[in-house]
Design a protein around this ligand. Structure first.
Ligand SMILES: C[S@@+](CC[C@H](N)C(=O)[O-])C[C@H]1O[C@@H](n2cnc3c(N)ncnc32)[C@H](O)[C@@H]1O
Length: 221
C-alpha cells in the first residue's frame, strides 16, 4: 500500500507502508533530489563536460528526478534517460504530491508526458531529452556494457532493500558504465561505500542534503 506522507517542511512524499519507507527524505523531497542527483550528479564536472549523456535511474517512482533533470538540463547537452521501475505508480496519486506547483506550463506538460509514456517505449519528451521507462527489476536486468554516463541510484534504503546495495549489483552497474562516469546516491552507509569500492569505483563522501550529514558519489575513471 502506498499513501501520501507530509514532510517536516510542508512538502509531500509517498510512503510505502509495507516497507515503512518513504520515496524521498521526510524533510523535503525536492531539496533532496536537487542536492543528490542534480547538483552532485548532473552538474558534476565529469558529466558537464560531455556533449551527450545516458542517465540510468534505479527506481523511476514519482518521476521527480527525471523532471528535475529535464528542468536543469544544460543546453546543448543531449540526454538519454533510462529509468527502471518494478512498481509503476498511478499518476493520479503522484499529482497529489503537487511537485509541479511552481512550474511553467511547459514543464507540467513534460511531466505529464513522462507519466503517460508507455513502458518500454523510447520517446523524445523535449528537443534534446529522450526517455525510456522500463518495467523491470534491477536484480535480473541485463545492461549493455559501456553505455551509461550517470547513475541515479535511488533504491529504498539499504536496510529495507539489502539485495540492491550489494557489490554484485554495483559491479553490474560499473561494467555498464563508460569511462569518466559517475554514480550518485543519498546513502552514505559504510557497507554501501565498501561495496561500491569492491565493485571498482573510487568513492567520495560528500556533504548530504538538508538534515543528512553525507551522501556518496562514486567515480569510474
Ligand atoms: C526511493 S524510491 C525512488 C523515487 C524516485 N527516484 C522518484 O524520483 O520518485 C525507490 C523506487 O525503486 C523502485 N524499486 C524497488 N525495487 C526495485 C527493483 N528491484 N528494480 C527496479 N525498481 C525498484 C520502487 O518501486 C520505488 O519506486
Amino acid at each position: 500500500m502506498i499513501e501520501i506522507y507530509s514532510n517536516t517542511d510542508g512538502s509531500k512524499t509517498l510512503l510505502n507502508q509495507n516497507l515503512n519507507e518513504t520515496y524521498h527524505s521526510r524533510h523535503g523531497a525536492i531539496a533532496e533530489s536537487m542536492h543528490v542527483f542534480i547538483e552532485k550528479g548532473l552538474q558534476s564536472d565529469a558529466i558537464k563536460a560531455k556533449q551527450e549523456i545516458t542517465i540510468f535511474e534505479m527506481g523511476f517512482g514519482t518521476g521527480l528526478n527525471a523532471i528535475l533533470t529535464l528542468q536543469h538540463q544544460a543546453s546543448p547537452q543531449v540526454i538519454n534517460y533510462h529509468a527502471v521501475e518494478t512498481f509503476p505508480l498511478d499518476f493520479a496519486l503522484v499529482k497529489q504530491l503537487n511537485y509541479m506547483a511552481n512550474c511553467t506550463d511547459e514543464i507540467i506538460h513534460n511531466y505529464t508526458q513522462m507519466h503517460q509514456l508507455t513502458w518500454e517505449q523510447n520517446l523524445a519528451i523535449a528537443a534534446n531529452f529522450k526517455l525510456l521507462k522500463q518495467q523491470a527489476d534491477l536484480c535480473t536486468l541485463q545492461l549493455e556494457a559501456n553505455s551509461i554516463d550517470l547513475v541515479y541510484f535511488d533504491a529504498f534504503a539499504p536496510d529495507k532493500q539489502p539485495e540492491l546495495w550489494t557489490a554484485a549489483i554495483f559491479k553490474k552497474l560499473y561494467e555498464a558504465m563508460k569511462p569518466a562516469s559517475v554514480l550518485v546516491t543519498y546513502s552514505a552507509k559504510g557497507d554501501v561505500r565498501r561495496n561500491l569500492m569492491a565493485a571498482g569505483f573510487e568513492v567520495e563522501k560528500l556533504e548530504g542534503p538538508p538534515y543528512k550529514r553525507h551522501m556518496l558519489r562514486a567515480l569510474k575513471n
